[in-house]
Design a binder for this molecule. Sequence first.
Ligand SMILES: Cc1cc2nc3c(=O)[nH]c(=O)nc-3n(C[C@H](O)[C@H](O)[C@H](O)COP(=O)(O)O)c2cc1C
Length: 766
Amino acid sequence: MDTLLEALLCASAPDRDSYRPMIFRMAAPEDRARLEDLLKSRPPIVVLDELVSQLTELVRAMQPAKRFAPGELAKEALAHLNGRPAHEYGVWVFYPWSNKLVHLLDEDEFVRVRTDRNRNKITTEEQALLATKKLGVIGLSVGQSVCLTLALERSFGELRIADFDTLDLSNLNRIRSGVHELGHSKVVNTAREIAELDPFLKVTVFSEGINEENIHAFLTEGGNLDLLIEECDSVAVKIIARQHAKALRIPVVMDTSDRGMIDVERFDLEPERPILHGLIDHLDPRDAAKARTNEEKLPFVVPIIGLETMSVRMKASMLEIESTVGTWPQLASSVVLGGALVSDIHRRIAIGTFTSSGRWFLDAEELVKDQEPRSSQPDPLPAYPRLTLASMLELAERIPVKKDRKPLTTATVKELVEAGVLAPSAGNLQPWQVLHHAGRLLVFHNAMDGDSGLDPGRLIPAVDMGTFLENVHLCALGSGFDVSIEPYPLTQEHRLVALIEHSSDEAEPDPLSLSLRARCTNRRKGDARPLEPKALEAMEHAAAGIFGCRAHFLTNRPALDSMAEVIAEAERLRILHPVGHAELFRKEIRWSPAETSGSRDGLDLETMELKLTEKVGFHVAADAQAMDLLASWRIGRGFMKMTRENMASASALALVSCTSNSATDLLNGGRSMQRLWLAATAHNLAVHPCAAPILLSHPVRHGFSGLFEPHDSSLLLELYDRLAEAFGLDGREAVFMARLSYASSPSAISLRRPLSTFLHSHASLS
Ligand SMILES: Cc1cc2nc3c(=O)[nH]c(=O)nc-3n(C[C@H](O)[C@H](O)[C@H](O)COP(=O)(O)O)c2cc1C
């Protein structure tokens, strides 16, 4: 069996290159001789003769108004032969790749019948004009659909097609070919299909694709093209093709098989028009030629395709490329639509009824849809009340003033609060509010800035406020005096976080205060070198400076890799959660320098240290609908790559724990974390918080239900357990976690709002 199959396989070694049919006219003696030779030399040939039916159609086409009596049509069809034997009429067309010999009407009559049903959507004169057009198609996915539609409408006389690729099985979701054509050149397959439809159409193939060397020949050899249809994947070829087309004043059309996006560039009418509508004018086209990686191609791809206008499913899929999908998805329906759109546009350009350049969308999903609006979802972004000065004052007045305390002066208070606001806060939302009241400081948490819908257990405010309080304390010590910090002086009132009062005129400065200004978040990748023992010791010591708190470290590579997965999973859950998504993308991120300098809070995109691919991913991920899709598909693992890469560059992970989940213990945990961060800064370590597994699992662990899907809640519990075990928490409460690396300075430092927005004095209120 095997040997038989092998022998047959060799015997049927396919003819892979021929794409031109052989046409024989029996009236010409040399054609007749050639056909005879062929019939002798290449049996078995399949002969197909349907000439009579073609003649019948021809007779009907020539007399459309006539009603033929029974038998009359057949008689007229035979009469059309004018006494010649039928087999000598018309042409015999031989297709060498399929060994088929087909009897057809000759060109004029063939065209007359084959285009009969075009009239008068295409008039006879227009059809004749179209038959003079020379078209070029680069890239044969959408391009194949374009070629076949153009051939069906017969809207060209000559077609040049270019693609270096061969047909793969995975192309067969959108390229109309047969499985017997796998492995064959796409241009040859397309040329054959056109020849099988209409052997009189002239097709030239460029099976090496388009490059700098052959583009001129493609556009000009045999006469300049009337239209270039560019459907290739290569940015470099897109640019070269347009540069040459523009110089030759050849218009260009491109379909981008997503939302029916179509681009028209009328270099024939607008010779000065910038290529690709000027979308890549800010870039050096030579870089496109050098671009090999996605990262290098992206600066060109992004402006050309336009992220804002991409379909939601395309966006969602884009985030999964090289994670759960190999490359950009492309559907037959879009490809076929592209073929239709390009053919329609070419026809109208050719007959002179369409002259514009620009970009259009023919988005079926938008045009054909249910009338009923979908039930509108409530905005997932929670709204919190602003903390007013009046309510701060009201709370302050509930706390008796201690007569024995030295009042804090305005100048001291300013110094302390200035140090406080250097503290980190989630999303850099700076939720601190301070009232200078009766010589003391009352520190409040402003829910409007600092509360999170995913944090009903209030761990984030505890860390935000704890870091602030620690800064204030260190500043006081650095200035030679001490303060007392009383947490939550009013029970049941979490808005008032601390009462700060002068406690002593003598104090030992803490060297950590020297790092207050230098401390920052640094998300750069590190060099993965081992953590210096001195640094570890210093951080351990600093964190333990707060009652009940401790630092824990992971330094060995397998443990770090395993924790990278824990962090990445939690970050994925956060970004796929409607509230987490809205908080990050709508409340926290500042997308432009203008936004950053305008608000002086939030996450400046520059501080995120993103590669261009990641930046693009961020922009795409900002689309809540795309994220909803990923969540409903239970994927979204594309985001995890970034975390893994970051973790691979780390020297250690540091975690701070406290003894219980009480508000005061968590606040202390925040203070302890800040001390660790300052010690890390003093030892030239980059600190990048990555506390998502702790922050997200906190509500689930402490009885707040309904925030996550049951499946995700279980996953969060599992992630916390893995973390607790890896760090040896032994029942202690995790508060915060950060990646520690040896890295260069951050690209940007986050800003703070002016002091006047945080510090209010009792005097200014009255
Ligand atoms: C409670 C809390 C949570 C944070 N979570 C993250 C985080 O998940 N990812 C991150 O990159 N930075 C995180 N950060 C860092 C803040 O974004 C950063 O502190 C803030 O932007 C201010 O910048 P700075 O630390 O450079 O002063 C967090 C900070 C705090 C206090």
